[in-house]
Design a protein around this ligand. Structure first.
Ligand code: PLP
Length: 397
């Protein structure tokens, strides 16, 4: 089943026949018998709700749609992408365990693994995720997780998920893939990932009005996360609010249309920027070192995604250009992604600033790098022409 069709086929009605499901406006739920309440605590009363930090009807509707999209048995939505990521890592790892992670990942995830997890005696080796040899070499007897982003933030490295899955299986690791940059375009579970995570804050919600996250996985994995005795989602408490779950579900239904437009616009700009001689990184360009990997594992109709980077030589150039483009209303100088307007930022001083300058250099994150989340512009040629003028006036082309 294709991922967008799976979302389309879900059918929910509201309490009074509404064509959207009713929003569960309650933190707690009554029981007709005390025994059912006890059974629900014990996890033996399917279909009963207990308390909304555990689960709520609205969160389950959104979770079911996201699980359908990713092809997993089920999912658990959370208050943020970081709420999803940290709960999975803490659920799967105990003190003394080890994570093998891609070294180019979102700065917050990097900071968690590098600075916070060691407080719990969970250690991480950061590796070049495109080097299967480096990954194998980093695995120890204590390794529990192989962690990566399908398309990495901000360098747009592409993970070969089928190959990673083979390594994970061989060493009995859980392959955890953050698919925030490539929803619909890549289906990590179908390629062998055990757990798929999203920051819903980005393309999936697409309105830049909410923070949210999801963990998609097996029923057993999600039951573990929600367990009242030792579940990280239940006990750490990064729960999504029902009102928000309802609004994100409504936006999710147009994701397939938006992703196609984001991808088409990003491909257009990437090809133009590259032809100007700018160092441009976009997985849809043949010059991208992992273009063939993305192509082999993609759901072709959704394209190569809405994210691209260009290197304009220096931080000063990057800042001047971004300010100028914003003043011409070509997009906003803002972090995050997936909005209808183009968003641009210099990751070295923003979303990846948790990574030290030295480490940024090693991973190839240069100070003149601008990350673009390309918007839904109806006339991308017009946008390009105006961006070109800005680039000329800053002197980068
Ligand atoms: N994963 C990726 C790839 C991200 O870019 C981000 C945020 O920028 C996150 C996870 C964290 O998500 P959130 O901000 O919703 O906690």
């Amino acid at each position: 089943m294709k991922p967008a069709d799976s979302i389309q086929d879900l059918q929910y009605f509201g309490e009074f026949g509404g064509i959207n499901p009713s929003i569960s406006d309650a933190s707690t739920y009554t029981f007709l018998s005390a025994k059912t309440m006890f059974d629900t605590f014990e996890g033996n009363a399917d279909g009963c709700y207990l308390y909304s930090r555990h689960s709520s009807p609205s969160n389950l509707y959104l979770g079911e749609a996201l699980a359908a999209m990713e092809g997993t048995e089920t999912s658990n939505v959370s208050a943020s992408g970081m709420g999803a990521i940290t709960s999975v890592i803490m659920q799967l790892c105990s003190a003394g365990d080890h994570v093998v992670s891609s070294r180019t990942i979102y700065g917050g995830t990097y900071a968690f693994l590098k600075n916070f997890a060691p407080k719990l005696n969970i250690k991480t080796s950061f590796v070049d995720i495109t080097s299967l040899k480096a990954i194998e070499a980093a695995i120890t007897k204590n390794s529990k997780i192989l962690y990566c982003e399908a398309v990495s933030n901000p360098l747009l490295e592409v993970a070969n998920i089928a190959a990673l899955s083979k390594i994970a299986k061989k060493h009995k690791l859980q392959l955890v893939v953050d698919n925030t940059f490539s929803p619909l375009s890549i289906s990590p579970k179908k390629l062998g990932a055990n757990i798929v995570i999203h920051s819903l804050t980005k393309f999936i919600n697409g309105a830049s009005d909410a923070i949210g996250g999801v963990v998609c996985g097996s029923q057993e994995c999600i039951d573990d996360l929600r367990n009242v005795n030792d579940g990280a989602a239940m006990l750490l408490g990064a729960t999504m609010d029902s009102l928000r779950a309802a609004s994100i579900l409504k936006n999710l239904r147009t994701l397939h249309i938006r992703i196609k437009q984001h991808s088409a616009n990003a491909l257009y700009l990437a090809q133009k920027f590259e032809s100007l001689g700018l160092k441009t990184v976009y997985p849809g360009l043949v010059s991208h070192p992992s273009h063939h990997v993305f192509k082999a594992q993609m759901n072709a109709e959704f394209g190569f995604g809405g994210m691209l980077t260009v290197d304009v030589g220096s931080l000063k150039n990057a800042n001047t250009l971004m300010e100028l483009m914003q003043s011409k209303n070509l997009g906003y100088l803002a972090v995050s992604l997936g909005f209808y307007k183009t968003l641009f930022s210099a990751p070295g001083t923003s979303t990846s600033s948790e990574i030290s300058e030295e480490e940024q250099k090693i991973m190839g994150l240069s100070e003149g790098l601008i990350r673009f989340s390309v918007g839904l512009d109806n006339d991308i040629e017009r946008t390009y022409k105006a961006m070109f003028k800005c680039m000329q006036s800053v002197g980068v082309v």
